[in-house]
Design a protein around this ligand. Structure first.
Ligand code: HEM
Length: 128
């Protein structure tokens, strides 16, 4: 059976790499996100590339190296407020545009990431 994946449709490993680079370039400059991310985003980007690969239907690189993603649990050490969720999604939206992800993939990917990002919130705004 030959099933097309979003991963293949957008250009596979190279596109996911470019997307993640474009994303963390913005994360590293965003005033709301800088406080919770490490100064060196190399390893963070490497893991995100592995995760987004499998999230988009590509090879399960993240799970192969780190086991079940358990993303909400892995984010609990960081205070993820509604405004940090919005900042994360804004960086991702700009990154998707920068690497020219086209419709219908642009909206489909953003919709799924928005859902996942909502799930990561763990701190009300006033504790930021
Ligand atoms: C790791 C923040 C949403 C996927 C991290 C880290 C932070 C963070 C601070 C740790 C970085 C490090 O120590 O290297 C946030 C914030 C979000 C958010 C503020 C806003 C809602 C998401 C979403 C996804 C995601 C929506 C998936 C689509 C990951 C992955 C890691 C990670 C895969 C690496 C986990 C590991 O250490 O194995 N995130 N994140 N994050 N995040 Fe997020």
């Amino acid at each position: 059976e030959n099933r097309a994946t979003v991963y293949d449709a957008i250009g596979g490993r190279e596109t996911v790499h470019q997307l993640v680079q474009a994303f963390y370039k913005r994360v590293g400059q965003h005033p709301d996100l800088i406080p919770i991310f490490p100064d060196d985003l190399t390893e963070t980007a490497r893991k995100q590339e592995q995760f987004l690969s499998q999230f988009l239907g590509g090879p399960p690189y993240y799970t192969e190296e780190h086991g079940h993603p358990m993303l909400r649990a892995r984010h609990l050490p960081f205070e993820i407020t509604p405004s940090r969720k919005d900042a994360w999604l804004a960086c991702m939206q700009e990154a998707l545009r920068e690497v020219n992800i086209e419709e219908p993939y642009y909206s489909a990917i953003l919709e799924r990431l928005t859902h996942t990002a909502h799930h990561m919130m763990n701190t009300p705004e006033d504790r930021k």
